[in-house]
Design a protein around this ligand. Structure first.
Ligand SMILES: [Zn+2]
Length: 412
């Protein structure tokens, strides 16, 4: 049995074991990569090593269920133009498609790993990663092979946008997505996704793509109702998807579908921030009884943030979610959107993916927006905040340093 670690002196321990659940003056024991015990600090069992959280908060690692990380190039000029008043159109994706096709495997891998490391440093311990900027058989296949190097939650998004060589022949491209491209991509993917939107793929095309994926063992995901009302949420429910992503424009009928299917409504406020679209009505979804997840939609066009903390702050400030609802949505909500029961909470038996926040409460994520507050991150029980971070390092943090030095050390 591997050595155990006791994290004690936790000011607020968010466990999410029964909806939003948080303990004060708490402790947690990690053993064999999982959570072995949680409870009051005064009742904690002995362990092989001890980390004193010094009154800081501990949360489950963030679960980002929607990200597009395999790409080349950048579109800051497009963002700046949009902020200056030009509207966003889905066609901007083609800029990234051209850059991605032209990039070497090494360049794509380096960009992907940089973003994956950026996510981990900000407390995201589980993330989904889509293809969708290759849009040829070899470029989609290599995108998924690269994604599979950094996460198990790999999504085939050949149906992101119709590439220029298929302009005017959407059925021809859908045949490719459901045929040779799917054959090449399925071995490295768990999920299949489609951008169901005016200017991308309609209801019948989206349903056909998801059905083809399902026949190859890929579970459905969908970009739904982002830029306007549409059929995406209905298609998600009919396909048996766990979630519908975006849900920015939802009718009463869509809301009923989300609640009754049920679908996790995955909200991506970074996209509304980056496009100046109105935010989704999270309050209406929550008040109707919907399960809400928050994700970054990290991509170089509409939402180039990898920060779940930023999304939490937007959700609290601009979408009227409570701080508890937003943090739950960014952890347990994301796990549900990915059909994962081992992450997103810190119940006994959960994967020991956790964040030590350099603050006494989860509320600081929204209360101090834009401020780095992730002191340390454990993934499967291993400290990962630094590539070189060892358990001994964390132990030394409070044991041998002055308070000022220790705060400096764990924040590096
Ligand atoms: Zn997306």
């Amino acid at each position: 049995m591997a050595p155990s670690t006791l994290i004690t002196g936790i000011g607020e321990l968010v466990t999410n074991t029964d909806g939003w659940t948080a303990l004060t003056d708490a402790a947690l024991v990690i053993q064999d990569g999982t959570v072995a015990w949680t409870g009051p600090a005064g009742q904690a069992p002995a362990a092989d090593s001890v980390v004193d959280a010094g009154g800081r908060a501990v949360l489950p690692g963030f679960v980002d269920s929607h990200a597009h990380l395999v790409f080349a190039g950048e579109r800051s000029a497009e963002f700046a133009a949009r902020m200056a008043g030009r509207p966003y159109q889905a066609g901007g994706i083609l800029t990234t498609v051209a850059a991605t096709r032209a990039a070497s495997d090494g360049a794509l891998r380096a960009n992907l790993r940089r973003l994956a490391a950026e996510m981990l440093a900000q407390g995201t311990t589980t993330f989904e990663c889509k293809s969708g900027y290759g849009l040829t058989v070899p470029d989609e296949a290599r995108s998924l092979a690269l994604a599979a190097e950094v996460t198990g939650e790999v999504t085939y998004l050949g149906a992101h946008v119709v590439p220029p060589e298929f302009a005017g022949d959407v059925p021809g491209y859908v045949d490719l997505v459901c045929g040779d491209m799917l054959d090449a991509c399925a071995p490295n993917a768990r999920w299949i996704d489609v951008f169901c939107e005016d200017g991308a793929f309609g209801a019948d095309e989206a349903a056909a793509v998801l059905a083809a994926g399902r026949a190859r063992g890929l579970a459905p995901r969908i970009h739904a109702n982002q830029l306007g009302p549409g059929p995406g949420i209905r298609v998600a429910a009919q396909a048996g998807a766990p979630a519908a992503d975006h849900c920015t424009y939802t009718t009463d009928e869509d809301l009923d579908t989300i609640v009754s299917a049920p679908l996790v409504a995955t909200l991506l406020p970074g996209a509304e921030f980056g496009t100046r679209h109105p935010y989704p009505d999270a309050r209406r979804l929550l008040d109707a009884g919907a399960t809400v997840a928050l994700a970054t939609d990290c991509n170089p066009g509409s939402s180039f943030t990898s920060s779940m903390a930023f999304c939490i702050a937007l959700a609290v400030r601009d979408m009227r979610m409570t701080t508890q609802e937003a943090v739950w949505a960014a952890t347990a909500g994301g796990a549900r959107a990915l059909r994962r029961s081992d992450v997103g909470h810190l119940g006994v038996g959960a994967r020991a993916d956790l964040i030590l926040l350099d603050a006494p409460s989860h509320a600081y994520l929204a209360y101090r927006p834009g401020v780095p507050q992730i002191a340390a991150v454990w993934q499967s029980g291993h400290p990962t905040r630094h590539p070189s971070c060892s358990r001994e390092f964390l132990l030394s943090v409070r044991g041998t340093c002055s308070e000022e030095q220790s705060r400096w050390a764990i924040n590096q």
